[in-house]
Design a protein around this ligand. Structure first.
Ligand SMILES: [Zn+2]
Length: 346
């Protein structure tokens, strides 16, 4: 099969790779229908040191089950499935608490120790298939791919940001970041009843989509100016719920600056920093800090019906579709911000 590898910053290639095989009786092999490039894939794309052996890439996929191990009971060959960006057994104490990203037997894709490759490939071995995969009911046609694929990561991640922040009816919410996850956080906040949603982002096509998803205000300014603008929009108090969907330190500092006294900062952008403000600017407002890797597996069944009946249209975040062989261009387009989110057709 063909699969995507990264060999260092800016060096992504599609190569011939061994076909994935059933290793454990709990595995399934899924033929990938669509995968995509994630904002978090850009972190190694920016900074991975030269890696001559290469690393597989991709963690978001929908596809059709091709083969199952002897112990797999919930999916069968021919089923159309959504795979979350981490695999999990569905039975350990953390899975039972809907914290599948901390599963005692799970891991993330592209974990060589677990023998998992990447999703930007023609096929993938899915460990712990019963805990991991969600079968899509009914007939799936091509027009549904984009929406379903968001349930693999970005929609569930945006939803997690909003849920962890406790967004509820009538809330004022600020979302930092106009990438796919930020826009999904806007959609999620709207679905959870937020009345006012301030989107911080400066890319006009993206913030326009954010308005479509429910943003009531857009703040293009950053840093101190951005903070001042949000305070001005909120009567000087700040936002009760701040959803941070970037992962860089300035975004976190912005979150600390715009959170209302007694408010919550919920982070889902993978932090690219180890140290940040925790002193008086944070403490003085009785701020709560939460968030982390989204257990998207916990949310798929809940979010799926609105995607299937079209009441939610998260698939609009995909603005480019490419063949697997074009993946270097896909990364370059996401990196250059000429594409919001790139869908990959193996
Ligand atoms: Zn588990």
């Amino acid at each position: 099969m063909k699969a995507t590898y990264i060999f260092g910053a800016g060096d992504v290639r599609v190569l011939d790779a061994p076909d994935p095989k059933i290793i454990q009786p709990t595995d399934a092999i899924v033929r990938v229908t669509r995968a995509c490039v994630c904002g978090s894939d850009l972190h190694p794309y920016h900074s991975l040191p030269s890696t001559p052996s290469g690393r597989t890439m991709g963690h978001e996929l929908i596809g059709v089950v091709d083969e199952i191990g002897a112990d797999v009971a919930t999916v069968k060959p021919g089923d159309f499935v959504i795979s979350p960006f981490a695999f999990s057994d569905g039975t350990c104490q953390f899975c039972r608490e809907s914290l599948q990203t901390s599963c005692e037997h799970g891991a993330f894709w592209n974990a060589p120790a677990q023998g998992t490759g990447g999703a930007q490939a023609e096929a993938a071995r899915i460990p712990l298939a019963d805990g991991t995969l969600v079968k899509v009911p009914g007939t799936v046609d091509e027009s549904m791919y984009a929406g379903l694929l968001t349930l693999s990561d970005v929609y569930g991640t945006g939803w997690h940001a909003a849920v962890r922040a406790g967004v509820t009816t009538g809330d004022t919410v600020a979302v930092i970041g106009d990438g796919a996850v930020g826009l999904m956080a806007v959609l999620s906040a709207k679905q959870l009843g937020a009345e006012r949603i301030i989107l911080m982002g400066r890319h006009q096509a993206r913030t326009a989509l954010g308005r479509e998803f429910g943003a009531t205000d857009v703040v293009a300014e950053r840093g101190e100016e951005g903070i001042a603008r949000v305070l001005e929009l909120t009567g000087g108090h700040g936002a009760r719920r701040v959803l941070e969907a970037v992962g860089h330190l300035p975004a976190y500092e912005q979150a600390v600056g715009i959170v209302r006294p007694g408010g919550i900062i919920s982070r889902v952008g993978v932090p690219q920093y180890e140290q940040g403000e925790l002193g008086w600017s944070f403490f003085g407002k009785n701020t709560t800090l939460t968030g982390g890797p989204a257990p998207v597996r916990a949310y798929i069944e809940q979010l799926l019906p609105a995607v299937l009946d079209g009441t939610a249209q998260p698939g609009k975040v995909f603005d480019r579709e490419i063949n697997l062989t074009e993946i270097p261009e896909g990364y370059a387009a996401m990196n250059g911000r000429t594409a919001l989110k790139v869908m990959v057709r193996p």
